[in-house]
Design a protein around this ligand. Structure first.
Ligand SMILES: Cc1cc2nc3c(=O)[nH]c(=O)nc-3n(C[C@H](O)[C@H](O)[C@H](O)COP(=O)(O)OP(=O)(O)OC[C@H]3O[C@@H](n4cnc5c(N)ncnc54)[C@H](O)[C@@H]3O)c2cc1C
Length: 190
């Protein structure tokens, strides 16, 4: 786990990965895409149309225009124009296929701190846990710059670090977490 977390942190810090984002700081869609990748702990390289000369070269190479931003190039071949979060999750393979016939011990709606805690404790006790998160893991806490009242972190920890660790911990114990896949309704008829 330690090697996995350190390697991932290094890839994120250096912007090394299989995703290139071309966008603009003036574009809300660009902010959304960058936040989605960051909150999922997915490393990416970013080129800004207003700042980086390479941005236009990349757009030309992949036959897209400035009007298409944010553009996400996945693994050097798939070119997504202003993709939804669901489309990005699909392209990056963030979600495993769900077998609708499989009965789970616990299904959790929401991967904020409460949902991730439930996933860690359920999966670590050997339960078959499935989590649905409509947006990104971490919930509100993931956007906090520093949380100082969480047990065990006397000097504080950023919400992103805290929830990224919880996300990794839940997966380590085998919880299946579906990203950008919200629960539409609960059916309690049987
Ligand atoms: C900027 C900021 C700073 C904060 N700082 C602190 C702090 O320092 N200390 C502290 O104690 N608290 C802090 N908080 C509050 C703390 O983050 C929340 O109390 C905590 O996140 C609540 O956790 P939760 O899992 O119950 O809900 P949430 O964090 O709200 O998570 C709910 C999750 O459910 C998902 N969801 C919603 N509907 C669906 C659906 N239909 N299907 C699937 N998923 C769904 C959401 O996308 C979300 O990820 C802060 C909050 C913010 C915004």
């Amino acid at each position: 786990m330690r090697a996995f977390i350190l390697r991932r942190s290094e890839l994120i810090a250096r912007g090394l990965g299989d995703v290139v984002v071309i966008g603009s700081v003036h574009c809300a869609g660009t902010l959304r895409v960058k936040e989605f990748l960051t909150r999922n702990g997915h490393p990416y390289a970013y080129f800004d149309l207003d700042r980086d000369a390479e941005a236009q070269e990349l757009l030309d190479r992949f036959h897209v225009t400035a009007g298409d931003v944010p553009v996400l190039i996945c693994r050097g071949d798939a070119v997504l124009r202003n993709p939804t979060n669901q489309r990005i999750a699909e392209c990056l393979g963030l979600n495993q296929a769900i077998d609708p016939a499989q009965l789970h011990d616990v299904v959790i709606v929401g991967a904020g701190p409460a949902g991730l805690s439930a996933a860690v404790y359920g999966a670590s006790e050997g339960l078959d846990v499935l989590v649905f998160e409509s947006n990104v893991p971490g919930g509100q806490a993931g956007s906090s710059s520093r949380i100082e009242n969480y047990l065990g972190f006397p000097t504080g920890i950023s919400g992103l670090d805290l929830t990224a660790r919880a996300y990794a911990q839940a997966q380590k114990f085998g919880a299946q977490i579906m990203i950008a896949k919200g629960a539409a309704r609960l059916t309690c008829s049987r």
